[in-house]
Write a protein that binds this ligand. Structure first.
Ligand SMILES: NC(=O)c1ccc[n+]([C@@H]2O[C@H](COP(=O)([O-])OP(=O)(O)OC[C@H]3O[C@@H](n4cnc5c(N)ncnc54)[C@H](O)[C@@H]3O)[C@@H](O)[C@H]2O)c1
Length: 385
């Protein structure tokens, strides 16, 4: 398949026709920082009734819905009670990572579709349990990786899938923040009993999804990894946010790196940092037998990147570089994330970001944790579901 050069200048925006008569009753579980993006985006959909919100902390759901100017909803502190009584069609699970699995499985068992925030879970066992419940229920779970809807991100996949690079055999990806342990809006990201994963689950999973999606989701076979906490446990790491006390709470990873063998003989070389004495830990590169692609270091968790990609190959024996024009940034990622989920519900089609793919992402995250704990390479075993 050749690359269609027209794709470089168009945004490939597909308009969906929404049947506003078929309203879906939606509830939100977990009304912290990211729930606002869910609530505001659902509110703008003509086929949605936002009827319920739930948070463990009393009054928090009421406050968030009021901030988002949504009226007429009912509020709960127990998600089971919300699901049992509200006759919902679907929920967004926006809780911290440790409670993703329990909320998602309960919703599936009660006949609801789920839009689940990333990372899918903390452990591979939890992800497997979600896959089993999803299959049994006949409902869908879509995982919250909105960068997948960005035109430049999609171009990475188009290039790899076009065959222009030949057989891709080595991939380097990752990223990091200079000073970026996220404690400004919520401290749940740094507590093991709530987040379970640190930089790995916050931003690492995005880098992994960027390349795994481009490669067509090859199965991970083995992982040798480390996850460390040299910075988060020191008060200095919070000097810019003025919260030195966070050092005592910090109980997750702030840096992780790994060497991952993927099906098809592909090596994935990965690193992620929440805090580092460095500008960037490197570009994303995909090396192939016919060509290689360089994606300039990017905050890919924000959805797009700001410098053009380059393809390197030989033409008539001479090394040639081709710069890929940058497409306009896709501004409505959240609309695409929520709209595609709703459309899949209406049309009975596969989830836009399916768990059948994201379970590999989760297996890598869990493999890094396991390998780090035992100090050597581990095999990844994902049961057939
Ligand atoms: N897609 C994105 O761009 C994006 C951005 C930020 C966070 N996230 C993800 O969203 C999730 C939430 O992040 P956040 O920043 O909103 O965290 P947060 O700590 O601000 O909010 C989480 C909320 O969930 C509530 N909660 C936890 N367990 C619950 C349960 N069993 N029942 C009801 N409420 C429960 C907590 O009380 C809290 O209010 C995380 O998994 C995170 O990785 C995604």
């Amino acid at each position: 398949m050749a690359i269609d050069m027209n794709n470089f200048s168009s945004n490939q925006c597909e308009e969906t026709v929404v049947n506003a008569d078929k309203k879906l009753r939606i509830g939100i579980i977990g009304t912290g920082g990211i729930s606002g993006s869910h609530i505001r985006t659902y509110k703008a959909q003509p086929d949605v009734e936002l009827v319920a919100g739930c948070d463990l902390i009393p009054g928090k759901a009421e406050k968030k819905f009021a901030e988002c100017e949504v009226e007429g909803a009912k509020f709960f502190t127990n998600y089971k009670e919300m699901i049992d009584t509200m006759n919902l069609d679907a929920v967004s699970v926006c809780t911290y990572n440790r409670t993703h699995a329990e909320c998602t499985i309960y919703a599936l068992e009660h006949g609801l579709h789920v839009l689940l925030e990333k990372p899918m879970t903390v452990t591979l066992d939890e992800a497997v349990a979600i896959r089993k419940a999803e299959k049994k229920s006949g409902k869908i779970v879509s995982v919250g990786f909105q960068p997948r809807f960005d035109a430049n991100m999609q171009m990475i996949k188009k290039i790899v899938q076009s065959g222009e690079l030949g057989r891709v055999f080595y991939v380097q990806t990752g990223g990091g923040r200079r000073h970026g342990i996220p404690v400004s809006w919520s401290e749940t990201f740094i507590e093991n009993d709530k987040a379970g994963l640190g930089a790995l689950g916050d931003i690492g999973c995005y880098s992994i999804d960027l390349v795994m999606n481009a490669l067509g989701n090859p199965k991970p076979l083995t992982v040798s990894g480390t996850a460390t906490d040299y910075f988060g446990t020191t008060p200095e790491a919070y000097s810019q946010v003025g919260k030195p006390e966070c050092a005592k709470k910090f109980s997750v990873d702030d840096f992780a790196s790994a060497y991952i063998r993927l099906e098809g003989g592909i090596i994935l070389d990965f690193r992620i940092a929440w805090y580092m004495h460095l500008d960037t830990p490197g570009d994303t590169i995909l090396m192939g037998t016919k060509g290689s692609l360089r994606v300039p270091s990017t905050d890919c968790w924000n959805g797009s990147f700001s410098k053009p990609m380059t393809i390197y190959r030989d033409v008539a024996g001479e090394p040639v570089q081709t710069q890929i024009p940058l497409l306009p940034e896709t501004k409505d990622l959240w609309n695409r994330k929520i709209r595609s989920f709703l459309d899949s519900i209406h049309n009975g089609t596969e989830a836009p970001v399916p768990t059948s793919q994201i379970i590999y992402n989760q297996a890598i995250l869990s493999g890094i944790q396991d390998s780090s704990e035992c100090g050597h390479e581990v095999e990844i075993n994902i049961p057939e579901i």
